[in-house]
Design a protein around this ligand. Structure first.
Ligand SMILES: Cc1cc2nc3c(=O)[nH]c(=O)nc-3n(C[C@H](O)[C@H](O)[C@H](O)COP(=O)(O)O)c2cc1C
Length: 210
């Protein structure tokens, strides 16, 4: 049974753009048949706590005995198992203060574990697809004054792609604030077009990725 792991982290509820994007992916995935399963984790509604101890960065068996509280170890095991069991990962990535929401970062801090999910001889997720469905209020175009200011997607690309070895695809909807911020009104059309394109791309990926 092919399994999709869907992560959301927006604090905007029904108004969230990234939730619309991950929804588009999930709907296309489910439309492939009853055997296409979905595990959804809402990191905003059901947040993962910040690390209790830095020992959680190391694989069980390589960290000092007793260094990790049992409850923390159990939660990490659940999150890593969930990720390892997923055939495809789709992550909603709102840009908050030029980075990923802290709720998403807390999940990353639990699953990026040298000796378990990454390492010279350990890469259980190598080649597995990870789709980053991102939305930001403004854009970060090459040559613009904000070029290089967006650190949400680049950090996730390094962790999921470079470290865990996953195949990462980024789908972005920029200028989501153009509809409500008067100074961004000239970018409204571009924002609408990017959202339309992103929804179509995610539907396409949801219908085809394995
Ligand atoms: C706390 C907060 C911080 C934000 N910081 C940024 C930012 O640094 N850069 C940006 O482009 N947009 C920023 N925005 C706008 C969001 O990226 C935008 O609303 C986007 O659509 C968020 O995804 P969502 O609609 O799924 O919540 C911020 C929004 C919030 C709520």
């Amino acid at each position: 049974m092919p399994t999709l792991l869907r992560l959301d982290s927006s604090a905007s509820g029904d108004a969230s753009v990234t939730r619309r994007l991950t929804d588009a992916f999930e709907q296309a995935w489910r439309a492939r048949g009853a055997s296409y399963d979905v595990v959804a984790r809402d990191l905003h509604a059901d947040p993962v706590p910040h690390l209790e101890t830095s020992a959680l960065h190391w694989a069980p068996g390589t960290r000092p005995e007793g260094s990790v509280p049992a409850e923390a170890a159990a939660l990490q095991q659940t999150l890593v198992d969930e990720l390892l069991a997923a055939d495809v990962l789709v992550v909603g990535v709102p840009v908050y203060n030029y980075a990923a929401p802290s709720t998403l970062k807390a999940w990353i801090d639990r699953v990026h574990v040298p000796g378990w999910t990454t390492g010279p001889t350990t890469r259980p997720l190598a080649g597995r697809p990870a789709v980053l469905a991102t939305a930001s209020g403004i854009a970060y175009d090459e040559g613009s004054p904000t070029e290089g200011h967006e650190h949400a997607v680049p950090a996730l690309e390094v962790v999921l792609g470079t470290a865990l070895g996953m195949w990462v695809e980024v789908v972005a909807a920029r200028y989501t604030l153009a509809a409500e911020v008067p100074e961004l009104a000239p970018m409204r059309h571009r924002g609408e077009q990017e959202l339309t394109d992103a929804l179509a791309r995610l539907a396409d990926l949801g219908a085809t990725l394995t």
